[in-house]
Design a protein around this ligand. Structure first.
Ligand code: GLP
Length: 241
């Protein structure tokens, strides 16, 4: 695991975009694992700029997103389907049929999870997995738990996640309580992991990830066992290291 600390979110986002662009240049038909949340937004803006400037071509890239809220219409402005279109897919030359987000409205979430994992495997696995981190150390929606859950699964969101994400909704009771999330297994199977953490509110999670025990109570801590993980933090997120 390597850790880089940046003075600004701008510099961090530029570095993250360059790492993703390098993967696309090296392997034009690569499979990217993508994340939502506010953290990767400036990185996506940089990728859009690079694509518009002709520096990277997404036409052969395939993407799989980490997670989606359950029982939120895909068109809802806070669905992760919508988020990805608004912040990336609608602005780059990616083929919409090559982009994938789990179906949080699937009648049978277990079957959807099995199918999603199988689709990633059939695509050859994830070449580069982009991650944010929750304030409680979650990755995707793998919440603190007594065990690592390996497969794509439906998950009940932790109270701290509901509190953190209510800023995106009109009121707390509109925040979905369930999500469909990639499991720890697919994340660990990615050939490269790129985790971004910005802001003071991530400092405890980053400290636990970098210096604490590997425990399912801090799901991100499993990345200490991943052979190729790069963590990019701004100074605020690294302030407790
Ligand atoms: C969300 C997402 C995660 C994301 C995290 C942090 O709930 N499921 O994939 O990494 O929370 O979000 P943010 O970047 O907005 O702090």
């Amino acid at each position: 695991m390597t850790l880089h600390i940046f003075d600004t979110v701008e510099a961090l986002s530029q570095a993250a975009a360059v790492l993703i662009a390098a993967k696309v240049l090296e392997k034009p038909d690569c499979v990217l694992g993508l994340a939502t949340g506010s953290t990767p937004v400036p990185t996506y803006e940089k990728l859009i700029e690079m694509n518009r400037a002709g520096a990277i071509d997404f036409s052969r890239v395939t993407t799989y997103n980490l997670d989606e809220y359950c029982r939120l219409p895909e068109e809802h402005e806070q669905s992760y389907h919508r988020f990805m279109k608004d912040h990336l897919f609608d602005h780059i030359n990616i083929c919409p049929e090559n982009t994938h987000v789990p179906d949080g409205n699937a009648a049978d979430p277990d079957a959807e999870g099995i199918a999603y994992d199988a689709a990633i495997a059939a695509a050859g696995g994830i070449d580069l997995q982009l991650l944010g981190i929750g304030r409680n150390g979650h990755i995707a929606f793998n919440e603190p738990c007594d065990r690592f859950i390996w497969h794509c699964h439906a998950v009940k969101l932790a109270e701290s996640t509901i509190q953190a994400n209510k800023r995106f909704f009109d009121s707390e009771d509109q925040v979905p309580r369930m999500a469909l999330s990639l499991g720890i297994g697919s994340i660990m199977a990615a050939r490269q992991v790129l985790l971004l953490a910005t802001g003071e509110e991530k400092a405890e999670a980053v400290k636990a990830l970098v210096t604490g025990d590997v425990t399912p109570m801090v799901p991100a801590s499993i990345l200490r066992h991943h052979p190729n993980t790069v963590i990019l933090c701004d100074k605020a997120a690294a302030s407790l290291l």
